[in-house]
Design a protein around this ligand. Structure first.
Ligand code: NAD
Length: 480
């Protein structure tokens, strides 16, 4: 929450304020972008190997502070400590990965127009990149942008969410050895994010957040004609075929829906289950959900922590409430949990309809709405029926079905029998309304590079296709 130039950070498990920090002013932004420009110039003088070595040191330093960073993230974001510790490890791995692949991605040689010539494509940095991220994975989602942007030679200004600035501030302190100004953080809510995107000292924006905000960021970037990489929300689907162990599929399904209290961009939010196994699936999901530990996210036994804030929980309540009012049945959960904190019970719904909000809009909470389907074609048709296209999960042992889902589901990622596993080395992002561009993998580096074509002819000679043209030439005889 921001008030009078101060950001109040609240622990979502207790609803108590943890700390207040100053937000970044317009004048601060001017100074920040100037420092970034100077850092950018100095960074040019670092060879690829030097950058890679620095990145490995950064990674080691983050790993060495994993408990401390995880604790801060848990206090400000409510995600269970266990998950936050994993997040620090993945964040560190992302620096290792980009430190190395950037050494191997400086350009290529296309065939020249004439044999004696040399054509080069040089990959260059864009300049100063504004990286704007949400609260659900504050360090990891920052690293997915910051590591490739820096590795590609850019300067970075990172704005964490107003909900979770503290772990990012600590991570920035732990990232040592870079030129002054190369990586800076700014703090505040949407007004600071908007001012950053519109600042003339910013050359590109890389944004992760909701579809609604992403649209605004995209428009602001388009007005300035700067590139915008947009990673937006989802409404991911989960298909369960009848050839699998339903117990395992149900546990995978509940995990994919309830991880981080359902606040993952790739949270599974719609479950299409084959008719012959639907009853077993619902029963197995109910018993698994009821075995989960809800509570203090600092406790290492806790499976489900609180939601981020009252607004997030109210949205889940609205979606579940509307579904129930229109005939859906609550099989488990469906209520707030505890006396304080923004907890919401993992919830299973049956009898849902495609027109219900819980099946159309991003819920971003721990809800498993189950739909019975008669065929894989029906499941895929319904899976593709919303304007989001981030991820999809399928459980089947049948290779033909795997291939069919792989080809026909419109999503940036299709996971088969292993829900939500990210891979630094493979691109991540959304089709349809879930985003523009990709993070991770080579594409995640190239997103932060400009291509420059250099055409060299070592001989200084007059070309035969220059003036004068002369009469009688047939079309196609001239080279260009
Ligand atoms: P949000 O869109 O409210 O905010 C995201 C960030 O944008 C925050 O830092 C916020 O301060 C900033 N912001 C807000 N208004 C802005 C503006 N006008 N200009 C510039 N910046 C602005 O999202 P959130 O609630 O923080 O995060 C949840 C959303 O993020 C969900 O929709 C989720 O699906 C999505 N998400 C997507 C991915 C992905 O990789 N596709 C990953 C995680 C989360």
């Amino acid at each position: 929450m921001t008030e009078n130039g101060r950001l109040k950070v609240v622990n979502p498990a207790t609803e108590e304020a943890i700390e207040e920090i100053a937000t970044t002013s317009r004048e601060d932004l001017d100074r920040t972008t100037e420092r970034a420009r100077r850092g950018f110039e100095e960074w040019r003088g670092f060879a690829g190997l030097d950058r890679a070595e620095l990145f490995h040191e950064i990674s080691a330093n983050l790993r060495g502070h994993a408990d401390e960073l995880a604790e801060i993230m848990t206090r400000e974001g409510g995600k269970p400590f266990i998950e936050n510790r994993d997040e620090v490890t993945w964040t560190a791995a992302c620096f290792d990965y980009y430190g190395e692949i950037a050494r191997d991605n400086v350009g290529y040689l296309p065939a020249p127009i004439e044999a004696q010539q040399l054509a080069l494509v040089i990959k260059e940095p864009v300049g100063t990149v504004a990286c704007i991220v949400p609260w659900n994975y504050p360090l990891l989602l920052a690293a997915w942008k910051v590591a490739p942007a820096l590795a590609a030679g850019n300067a970075v200004i990172l704005k964490p969410s107003e909900e979770t600035p503290l772990a990012t501030r600590r991570m920035a302190e732990l990232i040592e050895g870079l030129p002054a100004g190369l990586l800076q953080t700014v703090y505040g809510a949407g007004d600071v994010g908007d001012a950053l995107v519109r600042h003339p000292g910013v050359d590109m924006v890389a944004f992760t957040g909701s579809q609604e905000t992403g649209r605004k960021v995209g428009v602001a970037a388009a007005e300035r004609l700067i590139p915008a990489n947009l990673e937006l929300g989802g409404k991911d689907r989960f298909i369960i075929c009848d050839d699998v162990d339903v117990e395992i599929a149900a546990q995978g399904a509940v995990w994919a829906a309830c991880l981080n209290a359902g606040q993952v961009c790739t949270s599974s939010e719609r479950f299409y289950v084959m008719q012959s196994v639907v009853d077993d699936f619902v029963e197995a999901s109910r018993s698994y959900v009821e075995s989960l530990q809800i509570g203090d996210p600092m406790d290492k036994r806790t499976d489900i922590g609180p939601m981020i804030n009252a607004k997030g929980r109210e949205k889940v309540e609205r979606h579940v409430g509307e579904a129930v009012q229109r005939g859906a049945k609550v099989i488990a959960g469906g209520e707030r949990w505890g006396k304080r904190g923004f907890f919401y019970e993992p919830t299973i719904l049956t009898g849902v309809e495609p027109s219900m909000t819980v099946m159309r809009d991003e819920t971003f909470g721990p809800v498993v709405p189950v739909v019975e389907v008669g065929s894989l074609d029906e499941a895929i048709e319904q899976a593709n029926s919303v304007p989001y296209g981030l991820g999809a999960n399928v459980y089947t042992r049948d290779f033909e079905k795997m291939l069919k889902c792989m080809r026909e589901i419109r999503a940036g990622t299709v996971w088969i029998n292993d829900p939500l596993t990210d891979n630094d080395a493979a691109p991540f992002g959304g089709q349809k309304g879930s985003g523009i561009g990709r993070e991770l993998g080579r594409e995640g580096l190239e997103a932060f590079q400009e291509s420059k074509h250099v055409h060299i002819d070592p001989k200084v000679e007059k070309k035969e296709w220059w003036y004068p043209y002369g009469p009688g030439e047939e079309p196609g005889q001239r080279t260009m």
